[in-house]
Design a protein around this ligand. Structure first.
Ligand SMILES: [Zn+2]
Length: 180
């Protein structure tokens, strides 16, 4: 599983249910059985199609896309490089993210035009972000008394990485519809 900005993403290898070092023949076999399992004749009821809310059409496109990329040796090798580097980024980020926070955890303070959100880091300084920065990322804050929520729920769920003002730790502000 790969984490991207939006959550968890399946790799092309997982889509075809093959190992990452599979050879062409194995990949082709994986593609055939994945495509076959999505064949309309077999779809009457397959309860184990686990990938939650994907429709068969979406699933089929993913299988098709995975095959296109993995069946060609040059596109496969550039995809492998992408996988490697996004895993490196994810691991580097995970090592530095000290906490997951929700909007409720944040201390809010009015600052000029914006609303500033804080959370204390273990070093004593603060993770912080203001409503203008959040707006630039597509999240409009809505404040009602002491209750802060995200106005445009269509952007949810999402998350924003907040750096500490002093040390190298980061916090992840998780924005979800639960904040409503
Ligand atoms: Zn710190």
């Amino acid at each position: 599983m790969l984490l991207d900005r939006y959550g968890i993403q399946e790799t092309h290898y997982e889509v075809l249910n093959v190992k990452e070092d599979a050879n062409y023949t194995e990949i082709r076999a994986g593609y055939r059985s994945a495509a076959l399992s999505l064949h309309p004749d077999k779809l009457l009821k397959t309860p184990e199609t686990s990938s939650s809310d994907q429709t068969t059409g979406e699933r089929f496109l993913r299988v098709q896309k995975a095959w296109e990329v993995l069946s060609d040796s040059s596109s496969r090798s550039s995809y492998d490089n992408e996988l490697k580097s996004s895993r490196r980024d994810r691991d580097a980020l995970a090592a530095e993210v000290a906490e997951d926070l929700s909007l409720h955890d944040m201390i809010a303070e009015d600052a000029d035009e914006a609303l500033e959100l804080f959370y204390q880091c273990r070093c004593g300084d603060y993770f912080s972000i203001d409503s203008l920065e959040l707006q630039k990322m597509g999240y409009s804050l809505f404040r009602e008394g002491s209750n802060i929520s995200i106005l445009n729920v269509d952007t949810l769920p999402g998350s924003v990485i907040l750096p500490c003002g002093s040390c190298s730790l980061k916090a992840r502000l998780v924005l979800s519809t639960d904040d409503h």
